[in-house]
Design a protein. Sequence first.
Length: 610
Amino acid sequence: MKKGFFQLFVAISSSLMMSISWSAEIMSINFFQENEVSKLEVVLDSNTVDAQRFNVVEDKQIILDLKDVRATERVMRAFDTSEFSGSVVFVSAYKKPGEPNDMRIALQLRDNVRSVIKRMPNRIVLEIENRFGAFNQETIKARETVAEQIGSPINVNESANILIPKSENVEDILENITMSGRKRYVGKKISFNVRDVPVADILKMIAEASGFNIITTNEINSLPPLTLNLTNVAWDQALDTILGLNKLVATKNGMILMITTLEKATQDAEAAARARGLAESEEPLVTKVFPISYANTTDISKIIEDYLTETRGKISIDERTNALIVKDTVDVMERVRRIIEALDLQTPQVLIESKIVEVTESYSKEIGLKEGIGFGYDPIGNLSGAVTPVGDIPIAGADAGPGFTFSSAPSGGEGARSFFGLSVNKFSRLLNLNFSLQLLETESKAKIIASPKVITQNKKKAILNTRDTTSFQRSEGAGVERVSTFEEASAELKLEVTPQVTNEGSISLEIELSKEQFGTRPSADAPPDKQGRNISTNVLVDNGSTIVLGGIYNFEKRETHSGVPFLKDIPLVGWLFRTPYAPSTTKNELVIFITPRIINQEEAGLADRS
């Protein structure tokens, strides 16, 4: 008895050890994307793992089953891939229900696309195209095969929207047939010439010619028979045509094609939906509090309401703690958590630095006689015979006798300014000789820099306004009723900017900039002249870059002459008959620089996009 028990124990132990020793282990599950193909890589410690793949078209899923494998909890994890631009949005690995020695990996898709399994040493790679036709661009041979069959070359831009099987493998061709959209066919060409043959028999004939297995439902037997006369037609095109004529729905599982009527498929889909609804109605509910740091609780609650289970999920707002209280199933709760993590971020804050540079330069000069020349002549001369000595210089302003006066004096101001004058009261018979030669040169330079800065949140308008004021006297009335008052004049610098941070980290700026400044006064009691500059624009700038909004460059050169016609143009002597030579040059340049900078990139989730 003891010996038999011992033998039974050894046999059970040996079988357990063999099952454990022969079970492969999943070392890691990796996901990455190359061009327009997403890849799921399962790394194993053995090459003996059997993998099966099938599509759940209704749920937009790809299921990968692995037999006789084990994995740790760290490996059997779910991860979100929606941030990639590909077709896969979520991957989850778990033990297959009812079969604890098998693993199942479910891939949730944005839309139904094709996939293919590739085996490599100690790994299984599932390749998924990110759009219809991606596999076709990767395989030049497939395009050449199709071009050969249709007798003309394929335009790459055109084929991007057409479904073409990756290869002539039956499994790939069947998967192409079950997808929706425009197709090209690559199957072996066959011919039909039948009359009044049941649809099920025609489908079996195509299956025998192509090498795939077919399962049909009883509803197909009630369809009217077909008469076909097809010559040299690809078998997948013939199959697709028969499915379309009879409103049949095909689903693929490897090399098995399951075909039923549209009415039956609709009923099955409705039954499956009811089953899912029943399962959801019986799934237990959990409650969780989500604290909200930056987002508006009312706005984010409206977004989350669309993702809750209908009639069962509930959401409440606690204004005091700025939190959301959500009650729903575990799966929905995980979805809500990811939504809140993606939306509850700091609002980007933008610092806008601007520099307004205005440079003014002017130059003018006056050369010539200021008031012409005046003189008198005495033909008789001095009767007394007295002669006035030359060089008798009287004091300026005194009532001098015969003689002359010389003067040379500068005048103040920017640059250099002077005049030269000569006055002779009497010299021999020449009387009252008087002229004033003016030499005037003026040069001025000015540089005005304004540097307004302002900070604001994303999509919030910021306004910066500075004002300079001055006053001038205004008089009303005359005589004793004359009343003098002072009025105020102002010049403003105003900057209005509304930034919008793009998903790539650039900044779109809507800018309104106006700048005013005072000029010179026409007179002491007149208001000062005022200049204004305005810019209104919308620009896109990289974070931290500087852009020149606009520049205004003015160059003005003036030269005026007036005098006696003809006489003013005589060389040398013409100076006596014209106004002084007075050219003037004025240069003015305005340049505006804008530099926007996001000051909380990392907190706003933009650090990796700049």
